[in-house]
Design a binder for this molecule. Structure first.
Ligand code: FES
Length: 103
C-alpha cells in the first residue's frame, strides 16, 4: 500500500493511504484533515493549497497555466506551493510529503 505524509497547521504529521489516480486533495480531505477545497477540485478556489517538500517537487507534474493563475490569487505562496487538486497520486509518489498552507 502506498502512502503520503501530510503535516497539518499545528505541525502534526499524518500518514495517509494513497491510491493511484486519486487527487492528493481528495486523499487529504478523505482522511478528514482540514482542507477546504471549496471548488471540489476544479482549480478555481486555491483552498487546497499546500507546500510540497522540496525533494518531491521535481517528481511532480509541473503546474500548468491554470494552476499558476490560481496560485497568484492565493495567500502565503512560496516556491513549494502547489494546489493539491492538481496533483494526481501515482506509485512514483509513494512517500510524498506536503504541509497544509495557512488559511
Ligand atoms: S480544490 Fe479548488 S483549487 Fe483545488
Amino acid at each position: 500500500m502506498s502512502n503520503i505524509w501530510v503535516v497539518d497547521r499545528e505541525g502534526v504529521e499524518y500518514q495517509l493511504e494513497a491510491k493511484s489516480g486519486a487527487k492528493v486533495m481528495e486523499i487529504i480531505r478523505g482522511a478528514g484533515l482540514p482542507i477546504e477545497a471549496s471548488c471540489g477540485g476544479c482549480c478555481a478556489c486555491a483552498t487546497c493549497h499546500c507546500y510540497v517538500d522540496r525533494e518531491w517537487l521535481p517528481k511532480l507534474n509541473p503546474a500548468d497555466e491554470e494552476e499558476l493563475d490560481m496560485l497568484d490569487m492565493a495567500f502565503d505562496v512560496n516556491d513549494q506551493s502547489r494546489l493539491t487538486c492538481q496533483i494526481r497520486f501515482a506509485e512514483s509518489l509513494d512517500g510524498l510529503r506536503v504541509t497544509l498552507a495557512p488559511v
